[in-house]
Design a protein around this ligand. Sequence first.
Ligand SMILES: N[C@@H](CCC(=O)N[C@@H](CS)C(=O)NCC(=O)O)C(=O)O
Length: 225
Amino acid sequence: MSQITLFTDSRLPCPQRLLLTIHELELQIKNIREVDISKLEHKNPDILELNPFGAVPFIRDDAYDPPLMLAESRAIARYLVRAYGSGDIPASLLPDPSNIVAIAKFEEAASIELTSFDAVANQLVFEELFKPLWFHGTTDIEKCKVLRERLEQVIELLDKRLASQRYMAGDKLTVADLFFVPYMHHLDKTVYPTLLKMRPHMRAWWKRMTNRESYQVLFGDLQIN
Ligand SMILES: N[C@@H](CCC(=O)N[C@@H](CS)C(=O)NCC(=O)O)C(=O)O
């Protein structure tokens, strides 16, 4: 059992990015503190004191003195893999640390997710799903039109990338693949179900990802709550 406390709103994509990683690692976290974003609990002074950026997820790891406080879902995911993941390189969710090309391809994939995919998918899912659902806002139709065009271009490029490899960073599953999953889930299920229709390589990759137990537990038939 780890000594980690996870601060999360488990309904939201950034925490879900981390929850997928935690499940893949089979990491036991007993202390889970739900912070309800829709009630603005992330802006409460006790939370802001722990994470001044006022967002979830973040963790406190009491394995250290003083405890390690860490924010940013992707940074936490990388940390958990290194600190608590399997030492077995093929099974690890990071590239082989002795393979400089594999590391470069991993960093490339992780950057593409953050700066090309998330930059668009995040805004689109917020506008079309979370804004009306949770924040009583009105979707900006014009903005969404532009975002949809930009997203199409990104997905087209990813489809080409996946024509010659099984996963985003090569033929090995890494956390870079997991980083895509929460927003891809909301796009596929609600916001843009036809997005992958003409993209066979993206579709095959998405099938691989959604067949994983981590996806099934978080979003699918094995969902607990
Ligand atoms: N880059 C950060 C983003 C964190 C983030 O924006 N989390 C959202 C939930 S998906 C949040 O807490 N939003 C509340 C706010 O920013 O006010 C990460 O990946 O952890």
